[in-house]
Design a protein around this ligand. Sequence first.
Ligand SMILES: Cc1ncc(COP(=O)(O)O)c(C=O)c1O
Length: 376
Amino acid sequence: MIYLDYNASTPMDPGVRAAMLPYLGEYFGNPTSSHGVGVPLRKAIDTARAQVASLLGVSADEVVFTSGGTESNNHVIKGVAFALADKGKHIITSSIEHPAIKNPCKFLEKLGYEISYVGVDSKGRVDPDEVASEIRPTTILISIMHANNEVGTIQDVPEISSIGREAGVLVHTDAAQSCGKIETRVDKLGVDFLTIAGHKFYGPQGVGALFIKKGVTLDPLHHGAGHQGGIRAGTEPVALIVGLGKAAELAEKDSDHSHVANLRDRLHAGLSEGLGDDVVLLGHRTDRLSNTLCVGFRGRIGGEVMAGCPDVLASTGAACHSGKAQRSATLAAMDIPEEVAFGAVRLSVGRFSTEAEIDEAIGKLVKAAKATPVIG
Ligand SMILES: Cc1ncc(COP(=O)(O)O)c(C=O)c1O
C-alpha cells in the first residue's frame, strides 16, 4: 500500500513510540498524586508541556493539553462565547473551516450567537480586509484556520491577528494541519489562541493542545477537579501527552521540509505529464502546505479514480450521496467548477514517503484516471 493520506493522520514516529512506552508499563498512577508514583508522571507532563511550548514559541503555562484538534477548537469557540457573552455574541470565521470549527459555530447560532462566514477566492485564500469589514462592536472572536486540510492553502494569519488586535478582538487559528509542516510560532502569527493535534505531526491520536495567551480568560468546557489550572479538568493521559511532547520536539528539529516538498512536486509533475490538462491543481500554487497536493481529475469522479488504484491511499474531495456527487464545502466555497471538483483527490505525503512510492503512485493514478469514464 502507498499511503498518501498524511493530512488525515500520520504514522507515529518511532521516537514518539519509544518515548511513550515506559508510560504504558513501568510508570503508572495518577500524575496529581504527590507521592513517589505521581512525581515522575508530573515531571513527564511538565517536560512535554515545555516541548510543545518551545515548538510554538510560548510559555509552558500557556499550553493546555486536550484530546485533540476537535476539543481545542470547541474549547476556544464555546469558551470565548460563554466568557464574553456580556460583551457581544458575534464571531467571524471562514467558509472553509474544518467541521471542528464550523459545527461549534452552528451550535452557538442555536443559542442566539451570530456568525459571519467570510468567503475565499478560487485559491482558497481569505481576504484579511473582508475579515476587517465584518468586525462589529459586538464581535468577540475571529477564528481563521492557518492551513486548509483539503487544499493546503495557507492564510495570512499575521495580518488577520493585527486586524483583531487593533479592533480589540481575540484571534484564534486552527493550526492542526500546519503544525509540524510549516512554522507555527505564535510570536510570528500573533494569535491569542492556537490549536494543534498530535496525530497530524507524527504523534499519537487522541491528544492535542491549545495555546491560550497569558491573561486571556475563557470558560472551561469540562467542569471537574482542578487539573491544568482548572482550565481543562480530567486526569491527564500521561503516555499520550509524553508522545505529543516528543512529536513537538522532533517537529522543531525537522524544520527542513524540502523532502516532502520535492516529493509533492514530483507527484504533481508526474500526474501532469501523464494526464496533461486533465489534472488541475486545486489550492494556492505557492502559499500551500509543502506536503499537500489536491488535484481535480477533470470530468471524473475522484472516488472512481481511486477505486481504480485501491493500493494508493488518499482522500477524495467529493462525497457521493445517493449516487450524485457533491463538491466538498471547501471546493464549493472556492467556486471550483463541478467538472473539476467532482474529480478532486487530496494526496498528502510525509516524513516516511519515498521517491519509489511516488513514482509507483504516479503510474497507478495515471492508469486509473485514464480508465475512469468521463461524466457527461
Ligand atoms: C484543520 C483541522 N482541524 C481540526 C481537526 C480535528 O482534529 P482531531 O482529529 O485531532 O480532533 C482536523 C482533523 O482532520 C483538521 O484537519
